[in-house]
Design a protein around this ligand. Sequence first.
Ligand code: ATP
Ligand code: MG
Length: 395
Amino acid sequence: MSASDLARQGNQAILPGATLGVLGGGQLGRMWVQQAQAMGYFTVVLDADANSPAGLVSHHHIRTGYEDPQGLAEMARLCAAVTTEFENVPAAALDLLAQSRRVSPAGSTVAIAQDRAAEKAHFMRCGVPVAPHALIETPAQLAALPAELLPGILKTARMGYDGKGQRRVHSMTELTAAWQELGGVPCVLEKMLPLAHECSVIVARSQDGQVVHLPVQRNLHRGGILAVTEVYEGNLPPAQTQQALAAAKSIATGLQYVGVLCVEFFVLQDGSLVVNEMAPRPHNSGHYSQDACDVSQFELQLRCMTGLPLVQPRLHSPTLMLNLLGELWQAPGRQAGTPAWQQVLALPGCHLHLYGKRDAKPGRKMGHLNVTAASPEAARATALQAADILGIAPF
Ligand code: ATP
Ligand code: MG
């Protein structure tokens, strides 16, 4: 397809009946596939793993690595448009596909989200506060670090997720050891901030620059992994909500971003808001939208990538999401295997989502439970009951 053909196609919606593709076969890809199929699209997943959660449910599954020229050529042949569910997909793969197909988000924007240093520079350009930090690429940079960044968190600049590739450090000695442990790769040292809580915002931006958003999510992390998301009117003070929404929109617009973008924030004990990071895709903290909103984050991604209209989503039920991690399959006293789904599903407003993963390893995201109710109090009470049944600590 020539560049002018691509430009012309750029303004036309790709309608149901067409075939759409996703790079990456994890749970985000699986839920995207399920939504695409519900809307009458055919789907292609590219992921090397024969048992990938998304590959298992897709019409087509291309089993190659992200940089395999044949795999990418097959993707381009089959699909009218392509997106990604995996943050660390090589930007070059997206760029290659973009030569002949509509690709969103663009490789250039994904590349920024893949690099903590570039990401922070973008946030600062947008005038959104970030944690005090410094880049460490050489021993000399490490030696020259200002002491006020300690205690801090050392994070690899690239490829971190779920708290992996991070070390908490309290002294220069610990910092030096931690950097060596992380292989001496480029890292960012961030000052440890006094968090009151955490929140995130999911925005969706269309090719013509329209931006819609999901309500601000209040998040509880445990051990660097998201544990609980709470969404209802009043989950955060109105000023923080407004600030987080405005910041997320300016971050998306500043990138000329097309697609679903999640921006994560820290709320500090003095009430101020600091941006942590962004994910160029649907996000774990947006899963509640499947059952509590009239448009889910996966539908937003489909609407963005196909050029279908974007409408402002509406939260119709107060909701809490509980992440279901692998350790729940091994809780003490549990007979080998399955958590007590029957007991959980006997509670009102519980929506179970499982990703079809076989090995329940500790810390592995196996599924999530969305709890909806008529009031925040009722949603919280039911979520606490479900947590108790499943062996999730109260929150
Ligand atoms: P994910 O990809 O799952 O979002 P990640 O590995 O990219 O995680 P971060 O979001 O950087 O990691 O950090 C994980 C968690 O660690 C944060 O949600 C927060 O709870 C805590 N944390 C990270 N940085 C800081 C900081 N500077 N001060 C205090 N707590 C922090
Ligand atoms: Mg994070």
